[in-house]
Design a binder for this molecule. Structure first.
Ligand SMILES: [Zn+2]
Length: 315
């Protein structure tokens, strides 16, 4: 059950999850207060489940009202025309990561191209790269502007995210969610629908920020990947494994997105109070240290790609 109410400060319809979406415990405790620096300037509470450790933005804007919190040119993943140094760096990094991502899914699919679903495809750069490499691609995207951009870039219709339930069952070799699952209100329902669309031996790839990374620990409430209220969940490896296990999946590997440590450190420095904010050297140092820490501490990178398959598939 979800409780809806008008939160007077936000003056928008907000919802409060009464129990943990991963384990069902009602013991949710306030952990951190974080300000939305990119759009509303409002402050949100991150709660942590005392039973399983899952972290979530709670209360949060409802699915019907959260659109306002995406209405900013600063939200670059939805806006190809955005300008500025951060965005130029982001685009350069994206070019390299598209190639790396396409190589990764092909390798995970036994070296072959196949049927790919990219859920939350944004402006379609990855999807277009996969299609060029020979994949049969399907893209779903809720944001109108991003969806139209993606359709032009990929050269085929891109569907709304609500089309997920209508996709043919057991039809995809690989399903990807690149920095998407942390935005999805209906977490468990969406995972269940994605699994219906996945072939029995298919691979599910979920990339999300890691709230246990060194850059998360270093920047704390200024860590750009908290990105409240757009990020509804703040995963760490243990809670992601637990969530996926509840859906009959096991994580076969976690892979780093090492450029994210630099990109997120750059945004996080901007979030710091002026007297504490560092310049490019501070960004490089924070990003480098985060990746070094991850290499020495069980792969706790700034963002992680979880590769999951059905628990029975590997046995
Ligand atoms: Zn829990």
């Amino acid at each position: 059950m979800t409780v809806y109410f008008d939160f007077p400060f936000f003056n928008k319809v907000t919802e409060l999850l009464p129990v943990c979406p991963v384990c069902g415990s009602a013991d949710l405790r306030d952990k951190l207060r974080v300000q939305d620096r990119s759009v509303s300037q409002e402050t949100f509470t991150i709660q942590q489940c005392a039973a399983c450790g899952f972290q979530l933005t709670n209360p949060r804007p409802s699915a019907a009202t959260i659109g306002k919190y995406y209405e900013s040119d600063a939200y670059v993943s939805h806006n190809s025309a955005a300008q500025g140094l951060v965005n130029r760096v982001y685009k350069a990094a994206r070019y390299f990561t598209v190639r790396r991502k396409v190589r990764l899914i092909t390798q995970l699919n036994g070296g072959h191209v196949g049927n790919l679903l990219d859920y939350g495809c944004g402006t379609g750069h990855f999807l277009a790269g996969a299609k060029r490499a020979g994949w049969q691609v399907t893209g779903l995207e809720p944001n109108d502007r991003a969806r139209h951009d993606a359709a032009a870039r990929v050269g085929q219709p891109i569907l709304e995210d609500t089309a997920l339930a209508a996709l043919p069952a057991a039809s995809f070799d690989v399903i990807t969610l690149w920095h998407v699952l942390e935005h999805v209100h209906t977490l468990n329902d969406t995972l269940a629908q994605l699994l219906t669309a996945l072939k029995p031996s298919g691979k599910l790839l979920i990339a999300v920020p890691n709230a246990e990374s060194l850059d998360a620990q270093h920047y704390r409430q200024d860590w750009a990947s908290y990105d409240v209220p757009r990020h509804l969940y703040h995963f760490v490896p243990a809670t992601m494994r637990r969530l996926l296990a509840a859906h009959g999946l096991h994580v076969t590997q976690t892979l780093p997105l090492p450029l994210d440590a630099y990109y997120i450190s750059m945004l996080s420095e901007r979030n710091r109070a002026a007297e504490r904010a560092g310049g490019p050297l501070a960004v490089l140092r924070a990003g480098y240290k985060s990746n070094q820490y991850a290499a020495q501490h069980g792969g706790q990178y700034s963002s992680l790609v979880y590769v999951a398959e059905r628990a029975a598939a590997g046995r």
